[in-house]
Structures are given as structure tokens and as C-alpha cells.
Design a protein around this ligand. Structure first.
Ligand SMILES: Nc1ncnc2c1ncn2[C@@H]1O[C@H](COP(=O)(O)OP(=O)(O)OP(=O)(O)O)[C@@H](O)[C@H]1O
Ligand SMILES: [Mg+2]
Length: 295
């Protein structure tokens, strides 16, 4: 099972920093899962797609929910279907194998070619979940007692795990991973990311929108800072809405695309209101302008 080491160098639709590229390549070389943390929208999920695209590998995504159990990633034995078939079906139900359905990890193990396996948002599940996967991720193998069969990875998958740090992950699990924290992009890097999605955006519009975006993120006590994906959507809205660059900072159009909490909208509107009031005593104008802030 010796794989020729693959080197990840980024992909055309994903902007990757030198450090992140190194972490990916170290994880691939050491054959350990890469655990990614970072604010929402910092490209954790998309990195797995980028690795798969760049290396020409299939991507298998296991989306974790609060109710997901580790066992589901290995296999599920469909006893209900078997019982149903035994009562109403015509076929032979003694072959249990046909009722074993492999989960995402199982699928990655039996694949004839190496795959990228994304375990997305691992912290959504309960604390036992990562611990329950330690053995399988280490050994790349698991046993199915019902069929007395051992499933062993034909090719060790490249495993990417993302977490939004809703819960701390167990130490034993952390010890087995390469860890990388994706920092929120600085404006220069953000500009490159935005250009991937809006290659033809007008320079002045982008400049004004970026300044406003980072200004909003810097307001203290904001509960949910707008993220990369929200900036990308906002730029789209500004273009579609035909907003003039000079109006962006002043009018904050389509603010609801960036801010998703009432408290944050109020906070920002107050901030802008206070600033503008200091500059200009015409409160009637402010009132009418505030109505336009909401999408
Ligand atoms: N480095 C990047 N290069 C290109 N696009 C990016 C990059 N980072 C983020 N994006 C854009 O931002 C969007 C959000 O990225 P993604 O869904 O991967 O973030 P995430 O970190 O998984 O967020 P969440 O924690 O909410 O799941 C992507 O659809 C992509 O359009
Ligand atoms: Mg994600």
C-alpha cells in the first residue's frame, strides 16, 4: 500500500497560503489526517475540493451532524430491509452482505484509487465521535462482525477534517492529526480570493467594498463578523444593484447580506448614525438613509 507521494500546489479556484500548502503536504507525506480550524467562511471545506481537483482525485464528503455516529461512517446493517424481504420479498435473505451498506469511510477504503476524504464539521457530533474513529483512522481498517469481513483501505485516503471549534476535540484525537488554523485573510489575500469569484470587478468598487467590509469586522462587540463568503455575495449584490462605489461607505447598501444578526445590524447602524450625526446635524436624512440599510 505504498503510495507515490503527491504534492499539493493549490488550484486555480482556491487561493492558498504557503503555510497552508505546507501543512497539506506534510499531512499527505506523514499519512495523517489534516485538522483544519478557522472562522466560518475561511475556506476549510473548499480546501478539500481544491486538493482533490489539484491531485486529480475523487472527493468523498462526510457531513457530520449532531446526531451522526462514528459507526455510520463505517457501515450500516439494514436489518429492517432484511426483515421486510424475509416477510414479503422473494429473494434469498440469508446473504447478509447485501444488507451491509458502507458509509463514507468504508467507501473511501474500498475505492480502487486513492481518494480525498473530507470529514466536515467534526465538532458538530458528540465528544465520543472522534474517539470512536481513532482506531479506524490509524489502522485504515475495520471489521464487520455480521459478515466476518475485514475492510482494509486499498489506498490510504487523504483525510481532511474541519472543525468550527464549537467543542474541544479529545487529546488522543488531536495527537493523531496535523493541525492547521486558517487565519482570517488579510486584505491583500482577500483581494486575490475575491478576484477568483469576481474576475472582472471594477477596481474602485472592490476597494470601497473591502474597506467597508474590514471596517465592519473591526467594530467591537459585533457578534457574527461577516466572512469571506458574505463579502463575495455582497460584491455580487453591489454589482447587480448597480451601486456606485462612492455610495458604498455612506449608504451601506444590502447590509443584510453581510450581517445576519439583528443586534449587529443595530450596532452598526448606531455606529454609523453617531458618526454621521457628528458630521451632519440633518437627522431626517439619516432616518431615511437607515431604512435603505436593510435588505
Ligand atoms: N482561499 C479561498 N480561495 C477561494 N475562495 C475561497 C477561499 N476561502 C473562502 N473562499 C470562498 O468562501 C466560501 C466559503 O468557504 P468554505 O465553505 O470552504 O468555508 P468554511 O471555512 O468551510 O466555512 P464554514 O465554517 O462556515 O463551513 C467558499 O464558497 C469560497 O467561495
Ligand atoms: Mg465548511
Amino acid at each position: 500500500m505504498v503510495e507515490k507521494i503527491k504534492i499539493y500546489r493549490g488550484s486555480s479556484d482556491y487561493i492558498v497560503s504557503e503555510e497552508l500548502m505546507n501543512s497539506v503536504n506534510i499531512a499527505i507525506a506523514l499519512q495523517k489526517p489534516l485538522l483544519l480550524k478557522g472562522e466560518p467562511g475561511t475556506g476549510k471545506t473548499m480546501l478539500a475540493q481544491s486538493i482533490a481537483d489539484a491531485l486529480g482525485l475523487k472527493l468523498i464528503i462526510w457531513n457530520i451532524k449532531s446526531t451522526t455516529k462514528a459507526q455510520e461512517g463505517l457501515y450500516v446493517y439494514d436489518t429492517v430491509q432484511r426483515l421486510y424481504d424475509s416477510q414479503f420479498g422473494e429473494g434469498d435473505v440469508s446473504d447478509i452482505k447485501q444488507y451491509i451498506k458502507l458509509g463514507k469511510l468504508g467507501e473511501a477504503f474500498v475505492s480502487d484509487e486513492q481518494v480525498v476524504l473530507l470529514i466536515d464539521e467534526i465538532d458538530k457530533a458528540d465528544l465520543e465521535f472522534p474517539n470512536d474513529l481513532l482506531w479506524e483512522l490509524d489502522q485504515m481498517s475495520f471489521y464487520i462482525p455480521e459478515t466476518k469481513e475485514t475492510i482494509t483501505a486499498k489506498h490510504r485516503p487523504i483525510v481532511i477534517i474541519t472543525s468550527n471549534a464549537e467543542k474541544e476535540l479529545p487529546d488522543a484525537f488531536l495527537r493523531r492529526c496535523i493541525f492547521h488554523y486558517i487565519a482570517f485573510p488579510a486584505p491583500e489575500e482577500m483581494e486575490k480570493i475575491v478576484r477568483v469569484h469576481h474576475p472582472n470587478i471594477e477596481k474602485k468598487l472592490l476597494e470601497q467594498a473591502m474597506e467597508t467590509f474590514y471596517m465592519l469586522r473591526s467594530i467591537p462587540n459585533i457578534q457574527k463578523k461577516p466572512s469571506t463568503s458574505e463579502l463575495i455575495d455582497w460584491l455580487q449584490a453591489l454589482v447587480v444593484g448597480g451601486i456606485k462605489p462612492s455610495k458604498i461607505k455612506q449608504d451601506l447598501p444590502f447590509l443584510g447580506v453581510l450581517l445576519k444578526k439583528n443586534e449587529d445590524l443595530d450596532l452598526v447602524l448606531n455606529e454609523v448614525y453617531n458618526k454621521t450625526r457628528n458630521k451632519n446635524a440633518n437627522s431626517t436624512y439619516i432616518g431615511s438613509s437607515i431604512n435603505r440599510f436593510r435588505v
